[in-house]
Write a protein that binds this ligand. Sequence first.
Ligand code: GDP
Length: 325
Amino acid sequence: MDISGLAERVTRGERRALARAITLIESGREDHRALATELMEALRKAGRQALRIGLSGTPGVGKSTFIESFGLMLTGRGLKVAVLAVDPSSARSGGSILGDKTRMEQLSRDPGAFIRPSPSQTHLGGVARRTREAVALCEAAGFDVVLIETVGVGQSETVVAEMSDLFVLLLAPAGGDELQGVKRGIMEMADLILVNKADGDLKPAAMRTRSDYAGALRLLRKRPQDPEGFPKALTVSALEEQGLEKAWDEMQALVDWRRETGHFDARRAAQARYWFAEEVRQALLARLERPEARAAMARLSDEVASGATTPARAAQHMLDRHLDQ
Ligand code: GDP
C-alpha cells in the first residue's frame, strides 16, 4: 500500500482517501496496524488543527438532532465539519446506539460535512484509539470542527473528554425541580451544559433546568483552564434551531481564551501523555489475551488455588516469562 500517496490525498481533503484511511486505522490486522502507524506519523507533520468538540448525552436528549442543526449552522458559515462517535454499545454487543444510518440525514448529504459511525465489535479501548486516530485524520484532511459524540453511559465520556478540546453535555428539561442523575464526575468534565428542547411546552422546564445546573456548576471547584463565567449552562432547541449561534459563540470565546493563556496546548499535551500511557496499557492487555498467555494464566491460577505457589510469585513468573515480548 502506498502510504505516502494516501497521506497526500488525505491532506488534499479527498473524501474517499479519508474514508479509506479510517478503514485502515480501524483494521485489527497486524500488518494494517503497522501501515496505520506509518500513516499517522506521515500526517502528524501536516500540523493542522481542528477544534475538537466532545458531545455527550443520554439516548433521547437530542444528540443527533443537535448535531444535525449545529453542524448545518457551521457548514452554512463555510466551516468543514466531521462527526465521529464513540459508542460503548457497539463495543459490547456489536449493536449500535449511535450508528443508525438514518440519523443526521441532511448533514450527511452536505458537501461540507463528513460523518463516520463508531467502529463496531471491539472493546472500548480499541474504539477509543480508533476514534482518536480518526480525529487526527479528519484534522489532517482540513476539517475545521470535529464533533465526537458519545452516549452518557459508563466510561465513554472520559474517553471522549480525553480527545476533545471542549466537552459539551447535552441535557433534556427535567420534570421536577431536582437535578437529573448526572454524575458529579461528568459535571466536572463539562465546559458547557446545553439544556435542549427549550421550545413549546418544554420551554419553562428547560429554563428551570438550566438555572439549576448553572447553580450546580457554580458550586464546583474553580478550574484553572476556565475564564470567568465558565463552565456555563445554556438552553437550546435543536429542533427549532434556537440558541445554536449563542452556543457556538460561547465555545469560541472559551477556546480563544484557552489559546491565549496556553491552556489549549497544555490540554492537548496532557492528552498526548494520557494516550501514550493508554497505548502501553492496551498493548500489555492484548498480550494477556494471546493463547499462550491465557494457557499460562490458567495453569498458574490452578497452582495458586492448590497452594503450590503464592499469588505474588505466580504473577512475577507470568510477567517475566509470558508477557515480555
Ligand atoms: P439522541 O438519542 O440523543 O440522538 O436523540 P434524537 O436526536 O434522536 O432525539 C430524540 C427525540 O427528541 C426525537 O423525537 C427528537 O425529535 C426530539 N428532539 C430533539 N431535539 C429536540 C428539541 O430541540 N426540541 C424538541 N421538542 N424535541 C427534540
